[in-house]
Design a protein around this ligand. Structure first.
Ligand code: FCB
Length: 427
């Protein structure tokens, strides 16, 4: 029999979700506003109604051997008006955390997974005046209220994707298309992270709680030059790799933010990552498009012409490239920080593909661990089928199937295979 690789002791195993994608009825945020204005195909509506059904879902996660669960706080529920915190919403999330703990499941709490409270959105979102202080005040409040039972915090989910869609393509709220505004938003989010990092650590310190572990969830994409022999394609792929995968992390570690064409900006804090959180799904190809500061990032393609049929893809047309996860992990191995895979998953209508996906990616994680990457855990995206942003309910990412009409949950075979891997702590 083939020798299995044992993952490190205390490896964190589980799945991830986010509030707007599973809770339902998040009527007080920017996405809901856009959905009601008909700007997206399908509104989130009741989603998986996890706001009411979380106990049922966590019981399932426990039965599947998960020892960790990543979820996000819905800021718009906790702070429905600027500076006014809702006791009931805070009590709700306290119960969510208590329930996880009762099952022996480690909560990993994201403070902001894309959606913004309406008041914050109306003030200009991430480019509104003082937005980083608003975010830090929210972080401080939830750390005080919930922190005693939480160790792991992720401040912001995928700032790169969020900023690209919100401030460059304009496809997501706030629908801006301005490089200048995007750069401002980048700096503000970096500052917001630093201030939140400080606030959380300060609260734990003052209350003499254990030491928290704070990071953010970084989007990563493995980039390949469109023409491997083209020096210019290689140059652009290199730039894109730096900006998408490394820029936020490097800035937060060094305490400096360097954007071409902008003065070097000092951040309020250096070394503000206690671990590295990485989301990984796919690889893309990059073709040179010009030398100007923005064009140097090249044009991005999800497949090479002629390979559309031969390459394995998920239902959103993202290439499945497990080796990319190894390469990304090895890229961050020299940082000497623990790495948590905060998202990795596939949307498919064929659950066998999910089994192959999980096994292939975990083999790459194992290879990276053998080669020195300090990986501390793996979170599959997602525990349940859910609201996939502008793509609505069609993509099925879940280990657990959801019938949205009845809110019935059905555990997929892939979830049981993943449960066995967790039980053996080995692949
Ligand atoms: C990630 C998002 C997550 C989910 C997956 C499929 O980029 O963080 O909310 O939509 O993609």
């Amino acid at each position: 029999m083939e020798n299995k690789f044992k993952f490190p002791d205390n490896f964190l195993w589980g799945a991830a979700t986010s509030s707007h994608q599973v809770e339902g009825d998040n009527i007080n945020n920017d996405w809901w506003k856009w959905e009601s204005e008909g700007k997206f195909g399908e509104p989130s509506g009741k989603a998986c109604n996890q706001y009411d059904l979380f106990k049922r879902d966590f019981k399932l996660a426990k039965s599947l051997n998960h020892n960790t669960h990543r979820f996000s706080l819905e800021w718009s529920r906790i702070e429905p008006r600027e500076g006014k915190f809702d006791r009931q919403a805070l009590a709700h999330y306290k119960e969510v955390i208590r329930e996880l703990r009762q099952h022996g499941i480690e909560p990993i709490v994201t403070l902001n997974h894309f959606t913004l409270p309406l008041w914050f959105y109306e003030k200009g979102g991430w480019i509104g005046k003082g937005s980083e202080y608003n975010f830090a005040a929210f972080a401080e409040k939830v750390a005080e209220e919930l922190g005693e039972s939480v160790t792991y915090w992720l401040t912001v989910n995928e700032p790169v994707g969020n900023l690209n869609n919100g401030y460059i393509t304009g496809a997501w709220p706030p629908g801006r298309r301005s490089v200048k505004e995007a750069v401002r938003a980048v700096i503000t989010i970096l500052r917001a992270h630093c201030l939140a990092y400080r606030a959380i650590h300060r609260v734990y310190n003052e209350k003499r709680w254990h030491t928290p572990k704070v990071s953010m969830a970084q989007l990563t994409v493995y980039y390949t030059p469109f023409h491997p022999n083209s020096k210019l394609d290689r140059l652009s792929a290199g730039f894109r790799h730096y900006y998408v995968n490394k820029f936020f992390i490097n800035s937060l570690i060094s305490g400096w933010c360097a954007v071409p064409g902008m003065p070097l900006t000092r951040l309020p804090q250096k070394n503000s990552l206690d671990f590295i959180g990485l989301n990984y799904y796919s690889r893309n190809y990059v073709r040179f498009a010009g030398f100007s500061p923005f064009k140097i990032l090249g044009k991005e393609f999800s497949t090479l012409p002629g390979q559309e049929k031969s390459v394995k893809k998920n239902c959103l047309n993202w290439e499945i490239y497990p080796e990319g996860l190894y390469k990304i992990l090895m890229e961050f191995a020299p940082y000497k920080l623990p790495i948590l895979i905060t998202e990795n998953g596939i949307c498919t209508n064929d659950d066998n593909e999910r089994i192959d996906f999980i096994e292939a990616h975990l083999k790459e994680v194992a290879r990276a661990v053998k080669d020195g990457a300090q990986v501390s855990g793996y979170l599959y995206w997602s525990l349940l089928d859910n609201f996939e942003w502008t793509n609505g309910y069609r993509p099925k990412f879940g280990l657990i199937e959801v019938d949205y009409a009845t809110q019935r949950r059905t555990v997929r075979p892939s979830a049981r295979i993943y449960a066995d891997i967790i039980k053996n702590n080995a692949i």
